[in-house]
Design a protein. Structure first.
Length: 197
């Protein structure tokens, strides 16, 4: 009995070291060498400072920028420096979900000077499951072109060309959908616009 107990303890310790320490360490080192940008969080730098990550949405609010999907978690701005990720977990019959959607619709229609019954891309109205989705659909980006161009005194064609430039196709042409990274698009917009921010 003692021998079996000792073997079990040694096996547990051995596999803890292998799978809990060595394996993650080897993978971390390998990926830092092979994919340093991705392994470091896909951080986007401007003037030597981190301005965000390609993987996390930010709450752009002014008309001068493209807006991301709504976030049920405040775009991960957790307390104590910890980012949080969360969906609303509200069901399709939830009165609060309907209130949120109606509020998002009203905000978008007002900002874009549209009538109360104008259709709006769904991803600009409903929050993503994580609350941190960095991408919007090409339709959602195109929907915002007129508003952004007017706020920046830029031509609609110029802003539209920038949007088309930032449309990423599905992964390997098969997985997912076409998408636009809001942070990268907004940074390119600032780089194009002589009257930044």
């Amino acid at each position: 009995m003692f021998k079996l107990t000792l073997q079990s303890i040694l096996q547990t310790l051995m596999w803890t070291v292998i799978t809990g320490m060595l394996y993650p360490l080897v993978l971390t080192v390998c990926f830092q060498l092979i994919f340093p940008y991705q392994a470091g969080g896909s951080l986007v730098m401007r003037d030597g400072k981190v301005v965000g990550s390609e993987l996390l949405a930010q709450g752009f609010q002014t008309n001068r920028y493209f807006w991301p999907r709504p976030s049920a978690c405040g775009y991960g701005t957790g307390t104590g420096g910890f980012a949080t990720s969360s969906g609303s977990n509200l069901g399709p019959t939830s009165a609060q979900l309907q209130k949120n959607v109606d509020g998002n619709l009203a905000t978008l229609r007002t900002a874009s000077n549209l009538p109360a019954d104008a259709s709006v891309p769904a991803d600009l109205v409903f929050a993503s499951a994580s609350g941190l989705d960095p991408d919007i659909s090409p339709e959602a980006a195109r929907f915002q072109i007129t508003r952004v161009a007017a706020a920046r005194s830029m031509s609609v064609d110029q802003v539209a060309a920038l949007v088309e430039e930032f449309i990423k196709p599905p992964q390997w042409g098969v997985f997912g959908q076409a998408r636009v990274n809001v942070l990268l698009l907004n940074l390119a917009l600032d780089d194009t616009d002589p009257k930044k921010g």
